[in-house]
Write a protein that binds this ligand. Sequence first.
Ligand code: ZN
Length: 303
Amino acid sequence: MKKIIWAIAFFLFFGGIVPQVNAQKKIKAMIVTGQDGSHWWKGGSEAIKMILENSNLFTVDIHVTPTWGEDMSTYNPDFNKYDLVLINYGGTTWAEATRKKFENYVSNGGGVVIIHSSVVPMDDWKEYNEMIGLGAWNGRNEKDGPYVYWKDGRTIYDYSPGWAGYHGLQHSSTITNRNLNHPILAGLPTVWEHFKDEIYARLRGPGKNLEILATTHEQGRDEPMLWTVKYGKGNVFVTLLGHAGSDPELRYSMECTGFQVTLLRGSEWAATGQVTQKVPKDFPSEGVMTLRKEFKAPFNAYE
Ligand code: ZN
């Protein structure tokens, strides 16, 4: 009799609960990576894959482009197989056929996430600049659009001439959420501390259909760190956070809980237009940094 009760209990537990969890359709994501002059694209992309997959909301394929100097036309993935394309790439501009395919994917409603140094490359691709909203370095200046930053409770578009792109030494930074009603930020603390990172400032670009979500004070301005762009029917989420240096010990910026949680929420929003994730207990707060060194939530974070 006991055996039967145990068998029933076993069935109810593993047969009843697990399939329910699996029944939730996972978001199909791909990461584009493979070239970056000043970042460890392989380690960074592996961390991003772990962060997404450990949430149980995503499946992730890593797509590696040709390396520097190789023929970019051989890189032509089928973006339409995915709900979401994450770009962790700082390299050569894609071939024209690939660019057109990606433009169609996004304008037809495909989701996109742009991570850290992915605002640097492909300055000669007009539509990419429209998608990222703001870019840095690679000769960008007033010809590419205004500086965009936050002042007195609103977005400033500053058309004064000058170069685009600045970063100083790495440091921790205070992030202020500016759009608390946006699904990506809803319920999160207004002010929180981000772990040591390479903070970009003085970006400029077309800034069309751009919504600033969060800023940090850098070089005398409240500079956007998280923002969204609407491109056709597609949603783009940009995070300037998440520098990954030259070896596994230098992925500390990505270990920040704030980076991981905003990446997860921004990724779900870009793919589906909504955020179903609860606010975790381990999210950082004003003056308090927290880390997820294993790139996953602690077991009780969402209880
Ligand atoms: Zn960096």
